[in-house]
Design a protein around this ligand. Structure first.
Ligand code: ZN
Ligand code: ZN
Length: 609
């Protein structure tokens, strides 16, 4: 967005501010402004708490991309300790800059155009912060804004007017808390000696257990005389133990290392060989709020321990998954405000019979009353239905929209699984699953292929991407295939062994998702050990492979090429493949295709003019 930067903001407390204003007519105003901002709370300055304000320094700088003059302002919502404390302002694409420009009548230039609804700087009522296409950006016009980031950075670097950097938002961290829970800060406060560390032989400081947690006032530890009153290790006089405890993030930033060497009694409590063997953590799963604080703290800690030589790992977590939230539509009555789902019957408020209006779908919250009590689902359908619904509704990184129909559909699928297993129970109970070596054909061959394709898909969907939703769809398809397979005669052991293999696969593949029901079914079909102790099935590549056939491609009746396709491929897809074959495309050139004739499993004849 640098082409849209029209003014420059400097943190009010930045030394440059007074330096620039010195000796100018604005100096008194600037000094007064700086003093006022210094009294504002630093954390709140970047929020909406204070009105965004600034003062012109009677100075200009040049935009490095456009060479245009940009006025320089001191501002309260820019902080001196973030980055350089000076930022370019792009009012059309940053809401805070937009408000600032409106207030002081500063120029606005649209440089990211919204492809769906063109923007006009004159009539915009808020900044446009979504993606779009660059305009008024010199040689970068027409590029998608995110793709242009790298190119513009390189361009500025090439003309010596900038370079790429990474800006961390890690600030100083005040770790003391007035709480009972938390590791005690091991210091003693002595009136004579000041702050004295607890001697090493007295460590660790252990929290007292006889504490009244009233939820009121200061730290409950202050009221425990036996904890607070101690002898100063330095002068032997009476002293007070520190009652503040550490922020829980202090310990959660390194506990995973301790888990790897829990028995270590040597300083510093971590056995490097063991930590290096187990670390890093393969998978971190957490809400997006962890992606900001805990991850940064834990990474900072890891690098610190690495620099001290305590551990050899550089990064604590190999993979991050931030799961989405559960959302649901909101419902409102003009008289009674937000309504819980059970307060609406047939679209009406149960208290006044007024029509309930359905509002936006939002993250479930008590205040919006768009919450579903899991106990209700569990009573009505069981815990397995609740689980499969949640996993099926969306991939885990996306928000999940709660839907009662979806819950019902999940329940029907599980019932379908239950019914077919019970239906086959007598026939397959004493049959071993199909082993390799024997030839199959027809329905049974197709079913076995589908079974092994499903094992493969479910395994990779879960292992590689946690995509339980697509894994569940695959099992649904397999269950359909099982229903469609003609029922073998009771004595046909070979056919029943194929059925048995499929039934086992369905049960095992669903077991991480619906553990209760599958454990029950497993026992019913005569599983030798608990399902949870049964190995995950492996798939047979050969059985999963699609059979391939060769299709001859003719142009005007003459054989011109051949294409390999899966035997089960659709007619449409085969025609498409024939037309996109390199040799055929060349032959057709700009001639007109009049028709394509398809002889199933044999040839495609393309008639051109
Ligand atoms: Zn002392
Ligand atoms: Zn009402």
């Amino acid at each position: 967005t640098i082409f849209g930067a029209t003014f420059m903001l400097v943190a009010a407390e930045h030394p440059l501010v007074v330096q620039i204003a010195e000796g100018k007519s604005v100096e008194q105003d600037v000094r007064a402004f700086v003093e006022r901002v210094k009294k504002q709370d630093k954390m709140m300055r970047t929020s909406d708490y204070y009105e965004k304000e600034g003062v012109f320094l009677d100075a200009y700088c040049l935009n490095p991309a456009t060479n245009k003059k940009m006025p320089i302002y001191a501002a309260n919502f820019v902080l001196a300790d973030y980055g350089t404390g000076c930022v370019m302002a792009v009012p059309t694409h940053d809401q805070r800059d937009f408000e600032f420009a409106e207030k002081y009548g500063l120029e606005k230039i649209v440089v990211i155009q919204n492809p769906d609804a063109p923007l006009d700087a004159e009539t915009m009522t808020e900044a446009y912060v979504d993606e779009g296409v660059l305009v008024k950006s010199g040689k970068f016009d027409g590029m998608k804004n995110l793709q242009a980031l790298e190119d513009i950075a390189e361009y500025l670097e090439s003309i010596g007017r900038g370079k790429k950097t990474i800006e961390y938002r890690l600030r100083d961290w005040g770790i003391s808390r007035q709480r009972y829970w938390g590791a005690p800060i091991p210091v003693i406060n002595c009136e004579k000696c000041g702050v004295v560390p607890v001697p090493e032989e007295d460590l660790p400081v252990v929290l007292p257990k006889d504490v009244a947690l009233t939820g009121e006032g200061d730290s409950p530890l202050e009221k425990i005389a036996s904890f607070v009153n101690v002898t100063c290790p330095n002068c032997g006089g009476p002293a007070k133990r520190e009652t503040d405890t550490m922020d829980t993030f202090v310990e959660s930033s390194w506990y995973f290392n301790r888990f790897c060497s829990a028995d270590c009694t040597e300083r510093p409590g971590l056995d490097r060989a063991k930590v290096d063997y187990w670390m890093p953590v393969d998978q971190y799963i957490g809400g997006i709020e962890h992606a900001i604080l805990h991850l940064l703290y834990a990474r900072f800690y890891t690098k610190m321990l690495r620099d001290f030589g305590v551990v050899g790992v550089d990064e604590p977590f190999a993979n991050l998954l931030t799961q989405g939230m559960v959302c649901k539509e909101t419902m409102k009555c003009t008289e009674h405000g937000y309504l819980l789902p059970e307060e609406v019957k047939d679209g009406k408020c149960v208290y006044c019979d007024r029509e309930a209006t359905i509002g936006k779908t939002e993250k479930m919250s008590k205040s919006l009353k768009n919450v579903v009590d899991p106990n209700y689902i569990i009573d009505e359908y069981g815990a397995d239905t609740a689980r499969i619904f949640c996993l099926f509704a969306a991939p885990p990184e996306r928000d999940l929209e709660w839907s009662d129909q979806g819950v019902d559909g999940s329940f029907r699928f599980l019932s379908r699984v239950w019914r077919i297993v019970v239906d086959y129970l007598d026939d397959i109970q004493n049959v071993a699953p199909f082993g390799d070596g024997e030839e199959l054909d027809g329905d049974l061959k197709t079913l076995r292929k589908k079974t092994h394709q499903t094992i493969k898909k479910v395994t990779t969907d879960i292992e590689d991407r946690f995509h339980f939703n697509t894994a569940i769809s695959a099992v649904m398809e397999l269950v359909n295939a099982l229903y469609q397979t003609g029922r073998p005669e009771p004595g046909d052991t070979k056919a029943l062994s194929v059925i048995r293999e499929t039934v086992e696969a369905v049960i095992i593949l669903l077991s991480p998702i619906v553990p209760h029901m599958t454990e029950e079914l497993w026992e019913m079909i005569g599983g030798k050990q608990q399902l949870s102790n049964t190995p995950w099935p492996s798939f047979d590549e050969a059985a999963a492979a699609e059979e391939e056939i060769t299709i001859v491609v003719q142009v005007n009746g003459k054989v011109r090429s051949r294409v390999q396709v899966a035997a089960s491929e659709s007619h449409e897809k085969i025609k498409e493949l024939a037309l996109s074959d390199g040799k055929i495309r060349q032959l057709i050139g700009d001639k007109q295709v009049i028709k394509e004739i398809y002889v199933p499993k044999k040839l495609v004849n393309i008639v051109v003019k």
